[in-house]
Design a protein around this ligand. Sequence first.
Ligand code: G3D
Ligand code: MG
Length: 188
Amino acid sequence: MVTALFKVVLMGDGSVGKTSLRRTYMGEGFKAQYMITIGADFAVKKMSLAGGHDVSIQIWDLAGQEHFKSVRSTFYKGAQGALAVYSTVERSSFDNISEWLEECWGNAGKKIPIVLIGNKTDLRDQFKDNPVMQQTIVTTEEGQKLADDIAKMGTHTSFIETSAKTGQNVEASFLELAIKILEAGGLV
Ligand code: G3D
Ligand code: MG
């Protein structure tokens, strides 16, 4: 049985839905604390996992600072896991995931566990028959392939597709990350 507090970071391009995922997960009514110095905020949520593990996760979210690499390095310090988020209707955000990983692992000082998240599946469903959108849509197979490639780099990795709008898989994403962190630490 493990009782722990994990620092996790939400990373990915602006507008992919990081803050929405955090809000959907936490529910209304929580107050994030804002770290003005590094342009990030954080909030804590407790979860109970199978096997009697009680973990709290402190979720760090960039507050609109995605475009300022210079302020982000401290954001990753001490992080034990990361949600790497892209939008399934914006291919450029998918293409940029490898840069986010590099930055994260570089600043965290090790290859911390990753849950790769393809968000906005509700929009992808809406756009699936629209020929104009086909080039920018990222399929489930492409997401899974990228997650497999990340895992091959020697990192505990999962892939989940979400909609912060409908709530689909949002809770599962944070749970999955907690499990990966426990696995990486040899705790389960
Ligand atoms: P960010 O924190 O990564 O920058 P935000 O992203 O959470 O601020 O989301 C950017 C915009 O995308 C917001 O719209 C938000 O409502 C929308 N969004 C986030 N996730 C989803 C999703 O899963 N589905 C849909 N349909 N929209 C989503 P606005 O209009 O407020 O800028
Ligand atoms: Mg945000």
